[in-house]
Design a protein around this ligand. Structure first.
Ligand code: EPS
Length: 386
């Protein structure tokens, strides 16, 4: 239903995205998308690049007078930093003498694996695309999907659970409130009184030439039951979400609901008991399975947890091998972030929005918003009377 592509190098002219499948007549604005792009840029511990950039999306197609027209939506996010990279990243011409090849692959980055795969001796040709800068384009696509989902009362949010070894207890139970609290924290933790502790840890890591990873949670509330399917492996909603999340740069683990914890418990301590009320219809007394059973949404909030490894660029680099001399060297350095878990959680929101928009359109079909909405209402009435 939804198809999208991104293009662009981290220090190229721009990032591009193409999004197909959003129905016609959806109200949309660049301001809405830019708000999401700004959220991705925040977070204590980001590198110097975020001071240069002020990410903004510009529409190139798919929109007329503030509404989608059913045609592919394309957007561009210009890289301000391009001004400083024009010569080193020139699209044509001879390689100037000022260009020094990147030949000391960083453990943990795509440098070496990508260099071998694409036969590139200047590893910049790999790292430019592997960089998480690409996620700005995903967030633009995700923002359109979020706008679409809003029309059906589906809300997506996120918050950081831990950075490195630091995992304070989250007191707030309500997911939306956690998200709102995270919006006021410099590290997206849902309790800004803990910010100083996190900042201290990040400062210490920076001083030591280290980097950090962490864990974040992404959720969707208001998701109707019946998205995804049990009938085939690639239709399962949890599988689709896991793939989307795992595709985010530096993500090394994805859990839904209790995730790995559920494997340690007895069945009675995991499965969410079913109830019924006249007002709400079928309900659950808990949400340990994160809103998905048999690969199908069950109407409870969808809850996804992602583990992000530490950023691979270390100012006190690890051992590596120079691919020109094959001698042992210290890995190359690039300007980078110390930690970017807060930004990754915003990217996680975008990826969840894309998967859910796709699954909702798969369920309902329709080419224009009025049609999709009418089908949604009819479906929800059916669910209530089931
Ligand atoms: C990023 C932009 C990049 C990095 C970061 C994410 O900009 P630059 O390479 O110019 O500093 O800050 O990318 C990485 C951490 C990485 O490993 O590639 C962004 O816009 O999010």
């Amino acid at each position: 239903m939804i198809r999208f592509f991104t293009a662009g190098e981290s220090h190229g002219k721009a990032l591009l995205c193409f999004l197909e499948g959003i129905p016609a007549n959806l109200e949309l604005s660049a301001e809405y998308i830019n708000k999401e792009l700004r959220r991705r840029q925040r977070g204590y511990g980001r590198g110097g690049r975020m001071k240069i950039e002020e990410d903004r999306a510009e529409f190139l197609s798919g929109l007329r007078f503030g509404k989608t027209i059913g045609s592919p939506i394309s957007m561009v996010v210009w890289n301000r930093d391009w001004e400083n990279w024009k010569e080193k990243m020139a699209y044509e011409g001879e390689i100037p003498n000022s260009v020094v090849s990147f030949t000391k692959p960083r453990p943990g980055h795509a440098d070496l694996a990508g260099g071998i795969k694409y036969n590139q001796r200047d590893l910049r040709n790999i790292l430019e695309r592997a960089s998480a800068r690409e996620t700005a384009a995903r967030v633009a696509v995700g923002a359109v999907c979020k706008r679409f989902l809003e029309e059906f009362g589906i809300r997506i949010g996120s918050y950081v659970v831990s950075i490195g070894p630091l995992q304070p207890k989250i007191e707030e139970e309500d997911l939306i409130k956690r998200h709102e609290l995270a919006e006021h924290s410099e590290v997206r933790f849902p309790d800004s009184s803990k910010d100083e502790e996190f900042k201290k840890l990040i400062d210490e890591a920076k001083e030591k030439g280290e980097s950090l990873g962490g864990v974040f949670e992404v959720f969707a509330v208001g998701v109707p039951p019946g998205l995804g399917s049990h009938i085939q492996w690639d239709k399962r909603l949890d599988g689709r979400i896991a793939q989307a999340m795992m595709s985010i740069q530096a993500i090394k683990g994805v859990e839904i609901g209790l995730g790995f914890e559920s494997a340690k418990r007895f069945g009675s301590q995991v499965h969410d008991e079913i109830g019924y009320s006249e007002e709400k219809g079928y309900l659950r007394y808990s949400n340990n399975l994160g809103g998905i059973e048999g690969g199908i949404s069950n109407g409870m909030p969808i809850l996804v947890r992602c583990a992000m490894k530490p950023i691979p660029t270390l100012t006190k680099p690890l051992r590596s091998v120079d691919i020109q001399t094959r001698e042992e060297v210290k890995a190359g350095k690039e300007r980078s972030d110390v930690v970017a878990v807060a930004a990754a959680s915003v990217v996680g929101e975008a990826m969840l929005a894309i998967v859910l928009a796709d699954a909702l359109l798969e369920k309902l079909g329709g080419d224009f918003m009025e049609e999709v909405k009418e089908r949604f209402q009819r479906y929800m009435e059916y669910v209530k009377t089931f």
